[in-house]
Design a protein around this ligand. Sequence first.
Ligand code: GLC
Length: 479
Amino acid sequence: MKKKEDIAVLMASTECYPMAKVGGMADVVGSLPKYLAHLGVSPSVIMPRYARPWFDKNPGKIIHDSIIQYPHAHHPFRIWQHEDSDLGYELYSVELPGLFDRESVYLAEDGHGYRDETIRNISFQRAILQWWHSDPDSFDLIHCHDHMTGLIPFLMKYSYEYPALRQKPSYFTIHNALHRGRCSWNNLSLLPHFDTWKGGLLDWDEAIDPLASALRVSDGINTVSPGYLEELPREAQGLEWVFAHERHKMSGIINGVDYDVWNPKTDTLLPHHLKKSIHSFKRKNKAELTASFAEPDLPLFVFIGRFAHQKGVDILIQSIDTWLNHHRDANFFILGSGDKSLEHLAGMVYGKYPQSVRVVFDYNEPLSHVLYAGADFLLMPSRVEPCGLNQMFSMRYGTVPIVNHTGGLKDTVPDITVDGNGLSFDGVQTDQVLNALQRAMELFSDQKSYKALVEKIYKLDFSWEASAKRYVDAYKQLL
Ligand code: GLC
């Protein structure tokens, strides 16, 4: 129930779990608001209405019906409110016929991004602003997530279409600065009229660059870990200068985990729940996964995630290949999908070592939970990892993470040699990964130390409590 003194925050995002998830951004947008709701914030989320089962089951009601005026056409849109959901925050969806009534969030059938990405993102953002402008007092500030909503801060301040929003603050979270949503200036006519003197704030390197614009125009910004914040002024594909220059309004706030969902005692996706002992919890769940391996009791290493260069999947698979070529003392389970050439590589390793490797090409939430619970080690050789949630899910279920020392992985998984939470290596190369595997095997053979580590990490606190408070402080500073 909203109280008068609550800060009314509108979160704008193209992903939100459980309605539509591609990566960790969905987990964050789907859980942070629940925790904000206990801290004097009245949170709402607005997202596109995809052709996805959740929306069939929870249609909601239409509260706004309008058009976006483009120079030679106009595009109808409708805002739906999903009142009776038990999500823990208000949910609104934007229906944009022809643009978002698709099941896949970003990728076309050929595995590449949709070719109409630019008009999709612009229409989504214009629809949000038009609707908000029809009742400007309904929200005190907007909180945007990644480049897909990166033009909103600029349009609020400098477009002539939304004068009542000009004084409203905007806050921006960077989940991943590798994607910027750049498009050519030929798309200019898709934007509503704005103060052309300010047009430079949309531009970076002779293109419209939504991320670069959001960095310069938003009133407050955070990255999803302090480690990542530190890296960006040194390495940001040409945006280093902007990161350095805007540093004064940026902070690093580590993501939390939704402990209502990620609870080993109650997780409905697990075949076996945690009762008394974390070790028997792991043993039983592991047995669900390894029955078909030649030697089910060997240490089980898993990878869960998108098959993308960023995630280091190429190096991971080469390392597994080399390892199994020399030793047959470990099992590997890989779950994920994405880049077809990486899928091909993974398929080849399975073909070579069917007794020790399992590969499932899928985005599969239920299986991922069993893997977090049943694995002995989680591999995360990400080249870049703004925060990373998988290492936190895995620790919650007593699985030891093995990570590259970068971004949020650096913050959450210090190495055991410094009394940390897992194994950390420096640089995504096969030698580094093989060395980490060697260390993991040694640790596992010393069951006393291994079990002590498992007991330590499953009790660590990665909940939202502390981080949600930092978001509230950031909002307060803007108001
Ligand atoms: C992106 C990042 C990941 C982060 C997530 C949620 O997916 O790549 O590191 O955890 O967003 O913020």
